[in-house]
Design a protein around this ligand. Structure first.
Ligand code: PEP
Ligand code: MN
Length: 333
């Protein structure tokens, strides 16, 4: 349920209303706007008398929120959320490109790629140290050593770091990682989502291979229900009957998510297409349809990459894509 409070209400009147609502055993989520303050009520609201609430002088309107996702719902928080990601912000007009290799492989590789993508305008560096691979015989990542190399790259370039966590037992290793990625395969690892909800880390939550937009929002709700509001959503393509591309990039998820939630939406044209030549057109399309950022895989030597070489751009190709993205952003602003 949401209760829209007029901004003519005094702080005292508003606080009084909030304490009364809390005494009714619901959680109150406050979102302050210029003209109104929205009180989002979470919990069992069936016993709350809507007409009584509506009759209060300071209340503009009261509405039931039928969707099962509450705190991530735009009805609870009408303005776009701006999410901190290290030294940068994403959302609410703050656009950021996250770039880097699928996996951290060597010091030369990660530092070389970090310097190159920074020169091209990337705002964050990505790199996997724990890799969710389909085959147990494939490269699984450098684990703690990979995270240390990412920290060196961060020290060299100043770029904040995005890296995937696959198991909470490794959480302490991620202390200096600015954004923790929850990969597609873990989108519905509810115990992990709950645990991350109790932290204050910014989470990049990727859509599962076979998950609907609503399921993605319910997973974000798990994190937010625990108290962590720093969430960035990522559309990374879904499984369909089409196998020419690795996945099918659902670009309509961008406006759909923007309508349903206040959280920023980043698009990953690398995992969604699986083909380096398709990354530029889809990155440009994502920027054109209003994505708040992009995540692009870049490798210094794609044919020799230990993971996802076929979809990785060279630093020169990335430079060209970054330039095109800037042009699109200018054209639509
Ligand atoms: C990745 O970003 O490295 C990754 C494994 O992506 P996804 O979880 O979307 O497959
Ligand atoms: Mn990858």
């Amino acid at each position: 349920m949401i209760t829209v409070v007029k901004n003519t209400a005094t702080l005292e009147q508003r606080e009084h209303l909030i304490s009364w609502l809390e005494s009714q055993h619901v959680q109150v989520h406050v979102s302050e706007g210029r003209e109104y303050t929205v009180l989002g009520l979470v919990g069992d609201t069936s016993h709350i008398d809507m007409e009584l609430l509506e009759s209060l002088e300071i209340v503009e309107s009261v509405k039931r929120v039928s969707e099962p996702f509450k705190k991530v719902n735009r009805k609870f928080h009408p303005a776009d959320s701006v999410i901190p990601a290290g030294t940068v912000s994403i959302g609410g007009g703050n656009f950021a490109v996250i770039a880097g290799p699928c996996s951290v492989e060597t010091r030369e590789q990660i530092i070389g790629v970090a310097e190159a993508v920074k020169r091209s305008g990337a705002a964050l560096l990505r790199g996997g140290a724990f890799k969710p691979r389909t085959s147990p015989y494939d490269f699984q990542g450098l684990h703690a050593e990979g995270l240390e190399l990412l920290m060196e790259a961060k020290k060299e370039t100043g770029l904040p770091i995005v890296s995937e966590l696959m198991d909470m037992k490794d959480f302490d290793l991620f202390e200096s990682v600015d954004v923790i990625q929850v990969g597609a395969r873990n989108m519905q690892n509810f115990e992990m989502l709950k645990a991350l909800g109790r932290t204050d880390k910014t989470i990049l939550l990727k859509r599962g291979l076979a998950n609907s937009i609503k399921e993605l929002l319910m997973s974000a709700e798990y994190i937010m229900a625990g108290g962590n509001e720093n969430i960035i959503l990522c559309e990374r393509g879904i499984r369909t009957f089409e196998h020419y591309t690795r996945n099918t990039l659902d670009l309509s998820a961008v406006p759909a998510l923007h309508q349903m939630t206040h959280l920023p939406v980043v698009v990953d044209p690398s995992h969604s297409t699986g083909i380096a030549a398709f990354v530029k057109p889809m990155a440009v399309a994502a920027a054109a349809c209003g994505a708040d950022g992009l995540m692009i895989e870049v490798h210094n030597d794609p044919p020799k990459a230990l993971c996802d070489g076929a979809q990785s751009l060279t630093p020169d190709q990335f430079d060209e894509v970054a330039e095109q993205i800037r042009k699109v952003r200018e054209a639509i602003s």
